[in-house]
Ligand binder design. Structure first.
Ligand code: NAG
Ligand code: NAG
Ligand code: NAG
Ligand code: NAG
Ligand code: NAG
Ligand code: NAG
Ligand code: NAG
Ligand code: NAG
Ligand code: ZN
Length: 909
């Protein structure tokens, strides 16, 4: 029955306007929300999962206006209870207009709001707790013992989902304070960003309570959070931060006895950042909530940090080192956000990188600060550099700071690319300005914009001031122009350095580096900081720029005051502090190569530069700028290389090239890899003894890499070592095989074995209830050579409705596609099951799957087939586009470069 309007004199007209009427995607600036009083009553039982609430917003009229625009999405608003008051008077609402695209909810008023007055808007609303992992959503878990399903409710407001939970000014720049009151059944726990002040009985609902929470400091809506749940608190821990922050750690019963990574490191991280930034964390408590389902991996909400139980393995004792490192970096990232994002927030989502870049980068510094000998931060930086140089070399790559308007575009900003390039941009400033000026700039930025909002120009300005004051840059240099050239356009330059060995003059020029294109002259340019290191003074710690290659000028002639002699090399860009590639003249490459090959200390060349020299020379060969013969000449030095980073980079790139070769060329490639890897393999202890002497944590990554690659290419006795190792653990003592080396062990076991071996491991997979173990079995099973067997695993995992099991499909397929035996039949399988695959997996997973698939495409017919079979499957539309782009680049390489590559290999085997 329709409810009667209690105030018949308010005539409300609901208009739904077409979006075309709006160019303005932002809320008008005439109104400023100051404070929200939010009351949310949550109903949570097996039949009823919904909420109802009210909000009172104090609004300052900055200009006079006759309308109020705010955000509402998917909420049922009780219009007749909406009111606007000003000093006891009520203003009437004449009509309501909505806009679907931007989720605007516009109240038209009978009287004008007066400038500089504060009004109070009250609205009442309700909705079901949704399944979409956004707004105020529901989640559930099943008790391991009683098998009872528990329901819970939790928020995910970033980036534009607060409007699904309550009417609000849902833009990051409208910061307000919040009084939150939560109502729920007393069997549950209610959490929000601040501690509870007091609770009282609900007026009419039996056993329900209302609890008031302390006022939350001035904040953007996307950082507000609350939850009603019956999870358990594993521990209450007092942090050693200046405000003695109390941590609680909520999770399912079954996780309680795990040794959670976030529980251990969160308090340490907060203390670390307080010292680094010299600004105290302002809240008194933090609840860390591990949620069974979560849209992202984690979320940095004020006082209520949430983690994705599925995607963020937490148990210290139980996971691969690589996963533990990822988890630690995620936790470190969320806590860096408390300063970058929470205290100081971007004005708008175009500058998302302003919180994601610094949080990613400072997380690396924090990991290295807390546990230097594990060198985790350094490894992440090397990974980001490798990804960046690979991915940012196509013509369509967007800038990290770019216009976004509607919620879909805003969500689309959250890409790995923005995080990683954002981190490298911060690192660039760090290396450019040096330790002292960088941190002084950061601190003054955070202090100046404390609880405020910024655009990227504000960050540049803070650095500009400090750098000028310290005499690090000249007053002619405009740091904004410099940095804008990196953040407002995609791509990166190839800097070419030509020495005149008679005069000592150096000619430098820049060109955009584009993979797969023949270096067409392009008008893009960057402000490139130039720092040279010479052989006789190899100081790779001095990273501040000596010169600038300006933009728009393309070429510059430089005379170094400290002239290198003609028989010493020079290197540009120490520590790869800046994100560009370098090409040198023939003679300088030759000098570099000689030093790398002959000097046991590699001439003091920094490991990141060694990795980059390898990366650059291989990229230049793929761009037809150098011959592969020259690239392989440089790679020969690897036989002496003892550091992980250059190896990892070189082999990563070579493996991708190898996958594009066929027949005789592919055979040559294997032999080449065997030869390349042999000296490295020999330096590592025998795999069969790994149970007795497991590598130290800091060496696990390198060891794992070496055994995996060596066995993959049948280097020396790798596979027979694995056999010995696996057989000795075949019965009973399987779990004594160190977790980090199980995959390489079982992979060879399966590759060498037959039906019996497959059945054995497949049986273990089917019976396993341990997720970590299951993932290891699944990815190892992809190493089998018999597709009939493998197909059983694919069918089982693809048909499963349990996400952790169907995830194993992706793992198994990834392995199969990275080896020879099953590539084509697995490819067929994927395509003939495309429809169900498309429905089951996320876009990101589908893209990964297709990119792995096309990595092995050697003929154009394959592409046609791919297009044909994925046609009309909507979920594959975008992944397919990306895959085809990749194929085009690969095909060009096959046509233009593979002969040259193969010839170079032929001379070295
Ligand atoms: C769930 O709660 C509603 C009231 O919100 C109540 O009517 C219903 O009986 C409850 N169901 C169960 C199974 O407790
Ligand atoms: C709301 O009022 C402002 C200022 O009075 C005006 O510029 C704007 O167009 C109005 N918006 C709508 C949707 O009526
Ligand atoms: C538990 O949540 C999942 C989604 O994560 C949903 O599919 C399922 O129906 C829920 N179970 C119950 C009993 O509500
Ligand atoms: C918010 O709550 C505090 C108590 O924690 C109270 O003093 C204050 O008046 C409240 N603010 C508003 C606008 O209701
Ligand atoms: C899962 O298996 C791994 C490897 O065998 C083991 O270390 C871990 O303790 C197991 N976890 C559980 C919860 O049993
Ligand atoms: C270019 O790179 C961007 C970002 O990595 C990616 O989204 C896009 O699909 C790539 N385009 C091509 C042609 O590879
Ligand atoms: C460079 O810096 C690193 C790390 O701070 C230090 O260990 C090393 O000794 C420095 N090298 C030189 C040549 O100053
Ligand atoms: C799996 O479990 C079943 C039933 O518990 C058992 O019969 C079977 O032997 C197990 N298989 C393996 C390979 O452990
Ligand atoms: Zn983040």
């Amino acid at each position: 029955m329709p409810q009667l309007n209690p105030c018949p004199w308010i005539f409300i007209l609901l208009i739904s306007s077409s979006w075309a009427a709006y160019d303005h995607y932002r809320l008008p600036s005439s109104l400023e929300p100051l404070h929200y009083n939010l009351r949310i009553l949550t109903h949570l039982n097996s039949t009823d999962q919904r909420f109802e609430g009210s909000v009172k917003i104090d609004i300052l009229a900055r200009e006079s206006t006759r309308n109020i625009t705010l955000h509402v999405a998917f909420l049922k608003i009780e219009e007749e209870r909406t009111s606007l008051s000003f000093k006891q008077e009520t203003n009437s609402i004449t009509s309501i207009e909505t806009n679907e695209l931007y989720n605007f909810y516009i109240l038209h008023l009978s009287q004008e709001l007066e400038k500089d007055q504060i009004y109070q808007l009250e609205m009442h609303f309700a909705a079901n707790l949704n399944d979409s992992l956004s707004g105020y959503y529901k989640s559930n878990f099943t008790d391991a013992i009683t098998k009872e399903v528990h329901h819970l409710a939790v928020t995910q407001f970033s980036p534009t989902f607060a409007r699904q939970a309550f009417p609000c000014f849902d833009e990051p720049s409208w910061k307000s304070t919040f009084n939150i009151t939560l109502g729920y059944h007393r069997d549950y726990t209610g959490l929000s960003g601040t501690p509870v002040i007091e609770c009282q009985k609900h007026g009419s609902l039996e056993n329900y309570i209302w609890c008031d929470h302390e006022t939350l400091l001035k904040t953007s809506t996307y950082l507000v959070a609350y939850s009603v749940h019956d999870l358990k608190n594993a521990a209450t821990i007092a942090g050693d931060t200046r405000n003695r922050v109390t941590f609680r750690n909520w999770m399912q019963q079954k996780l309680l006895d795990q040794d959670m990574i976030s529980m251990e490191i969160a308090p340490k991280l907060l203390g670390f950042y307080e010292n680094l930034f010299q600004i105290d964390f302002p809240l008194r408590k933090i609840d860390q909530l591990t949620v069974p389902t979560h849209r992202f991996t984690a979320m940095e909400n004020w006082g209520l940090v949430t983690y994705n139980e599925e995607r963020l393995p937490q148990n210290q004792g139980d996971f691969l080192q690589q996963q533990k490192d990822m988890t630690a970096s995620t936790v470190a990232h969320e806590y860096a956000h408390q300063w970058f994002g929470n205290l100081v927030t971007m004005k708008w989502w175009n500058d998302l990188w302003l919180k994601e870049g610094p949080s990613t980068y400072f997380a690396y510094l924090a990991l290295d600060g807390l546990q230097p000998e594990w060198t985790r931060g350094e490894r992440f930086i090397a990974r980001d550099l490798a990804n960046f140089f690979e991915k940012d070399s196509n013509a369509t790559v967007p800038a990290i700071s770019k216009d976004v308007k509607n919620p879909t575009e805003i969500l689309g900003q959250f890409t790995e690319y923005v995080y990683q390039k954002g981190a490298l941009t911060m690192r660039m400033l760090h290396k450019m300005l040096g330790e002292e000026a960088f941190f002084q700039g950061i601190r003054s930025f955070l202090r100046r914009y404390y609880l405020g909002n910024v655009s990227q120009g504000d960050l540049w300005q803070s650095f500009q001031e400090v750098a000028l004051q310290k005499g690090i840059i000249s007053d002619k240099l405009n740091l904004s122009s410099v940095m804008d050239s990196w953040t407002l356009q995609g791509g990166y330059p190839l800097v070419t350095l030509i020495r005149d060995y008679q005069t000592g003059r150096i000619t430098i020029n820049q060109n955009r580096f584009l993979k797969g294109n023949d270096m067409v002259i392009n008008s893009s340019c960057w402000w490139v900081p130039l720092t040279f290191v010479r052989q006789n003074l190899p100081d790779f710690n001095r990273t501040s720029p000596q010169f600038w290659l300006e933009c728009p000028s393309i070429t510059k002639v430089i005379e170094l005051s400290d002239l290198p002699t003609s028989d010493e090399w020079i290197i540009l860009n120490p520590q790869v502090g800046n994100i560009f590639r370098v090409n040198y003249d023939e003679q300088n490459w030759h000098l570099l190569k000689e030093t790398l090959k002959n000097d046991p200390n590699f001439g003091g060349i920094h490991k990141l530069n060694r990795a980059q020299l390898v990366d650059d020379i291989l990229a230049l060969a793929a761009g037809n700028i150098h011959k592969y013969d020259k690239a392989c000449d440089l790679l020969d030095y690897l036989k002496n290389e003892r550091d992980f980073l250059p190896w990892q980079r070189a082999v990563g790139i070579l493996n991708r090239l190898g996958a594009l070769l066929t027949g005789e060329d592919a055979r040559k490639f294997k032999l080449y890899m065997q030869k390349l890897l042999l000296p490295l393999y020999k330096r590592f202890p025998k795999l069969s003894g790994i149970t007795e002497s497991t590598p130290a944590i800091k060496d696990i990554h390198f060891a794992h890499f070496v055994y995996t690659q060596a066995c993959r290419y049948n280097v020396d006795d790798c596979t027979s070592q694995v056999k010995t190792l696996t057989l000795s653990h075949r019965n009973g003592s399987r779990d004594k095989l160190p977790l980090n080396f199980q995959k390489v062990a079982y992979c060879s076991f399966l590759e060498e074995g037959g039906d019996e071996e497959f059945q054995e491991i497949f049986g273990l997979f089917q019976n396993s209830t341990n997720a970590t173990q299951r993932r290891i079995w699944a990815s190892s099973l992809g190493c089998t050579r018999d597709f009939k067997n493998f197909e059983k695993l694919l069918n089982l995992t693809l048909q499963s409705d349990e996400k952790p099991i169907s995830d194993c499909y992706v793992l198994a397929v990834e392995t199969a596609l990275s080896r020879d035996a099953l590539v084509s039949s697995t490819g067929d399988y994927i395509l003939s099951h495309a429809k169900v695959t498309g429905e089951k997996f996320k876009k990101r997973e589908l893209t990964g799957l297709l990119l792995s698939l096309v990595r092995n495409f050697q003929s154009p017919e394959k592409v046609e087939e791919l297009k044909e079979r994925l046609r009309d499957i909507k979920q594959f539309e975008e992944p397919l586009k990306k895959a085809i782009d990749q194929v085009k680049i690969n095909q060009k390489w096959q046509k233009d470069c593979s002969d040259d590559f193969s010839k170079a290999l032929g001379q070295r085997i």
